[in-house]
Write a protein that binds this ligand. Structure first.
Ligand SMILES: O=P(O)(O)OC[C@H]1O[C@@H](O)[C@H](O)[C@@H](O)[C@@H]1O
Length: 257
């Protein structure tokens, strides 16, 4: 029977920057699963239909939703209602609760349809890192503003790699403020029994890395999925300590070529 590896040996499978970390919290959309693009496409369809039906007075504000820049700036990492409100406000639209709810409901319908049609996958580099952490005995949580997070992880076949999940439904039940406030991540590490200053957060959203910084996490990893030429620099400005393109880079030896 093979002898269990000592913690030190198994930590050797992790990049040096992770070797002192006692727990890791992963955002879900765009970090674990490739679902950020599904959210972005559904938001585009919902917002563009709204802008066409209710064009802002200022012609500059009528341009269609940009799936890269508008998504990253206003919507990424936020709850459905917070994201809808932030983008509509940025286009000078009066954001009554009714308007925000209607656009959010439209996006939800479009998102669900796309998800059922196309499915979702986990990023192989993320799975490699999560398995390396598991082998090293480092507890892992998934956290997300999305009420669909559990379903997404399950569909991608990775739900059982995590010891805890705090999703949008939990956040609403516990009345946790959304990112950039750190409460979602703090709840996740609380469930893992590790203080934030011994844990890492992994995030692709600007609001998310900012939440990691505000929460006093030992390490904030930004994941640049190449939304734009300057995404990495923006993640660093908002609070990331380091930026990677693929989480396999945080396994010893880096991402496979
Ligand atoms: O899936 P839900 O509950 O509508 O949550 C939506 C939000 O979930 C976040 O995780 C995504 O980053 C946002 O892009 C998305 O809008």
């Amino acid at each position: 029977m093979p002898r269990p590896r000592s913690p030190d040996t198994s930590r050797a499978a992790l990049a040096p920057v992770l070797r002192d970390v006692r727990a890791v919290v992963f955002d879900t959309d765009g970090v674990i699963t490739d679902s950020a693009r599904v959210h972005a496409a559904a938001w585009k369809e919902a917002f563009d239909a709204f802008l066409q039906a209710h064009p802002p007075e200022d012609p500059d504000l009528r341009r269609p939703f940009d799936e890269r820049d508008d998504y990253l700036r206003h919507v990424d990492g936020k709850s459905r209602l917070d994201g809808a409100e932030a983008f509509l406000a940025a286009r000078g639209i009066e954001t009554s609760a009714e308007t925000v709810r209607a656009v959010a409901a439209d996006k939800e319908r479009l998102f669900t349809r796309r998800l059922h049609e196309h499915g979702v996958d986990a990023y192989p580099g993320t799975v490699r890192l999560v398995k390396a952490l598991r082998a090293a005995g480092v507890p892992r949580a998934a956290a997300s503003a999305s009420r669909h997070a559990g379903e997404l992880l399950d569909r991608a076949g990775v739900l059982d790699l995590f010891d805890a999940l705090v999703d949008g439904g939990e956040a609403a039940r516990l009345d946790l403020p959304g990112k950039p406030e750190p409460d979602l991540f703090l709840e996740a590490v609380r469930r893992l029994g590790v203080p934030a200053d011994r844990a890492a957060v992994v995030e692709d959203a600007l609001a998310g890395v900012e939440a990691g910084r505000r929460g006093g996490f030992a390490l904030v990893v930004g994941v640049d999925r190449a939304a734009g030429a300057d995404t990495g620099a923006r993640l660093l400005r908002h609070g990331a300590d380091i930026v990677v393109h693929d989480l396999g880079e945080l396994c010893a030896g880096g991402a496979p070529k």
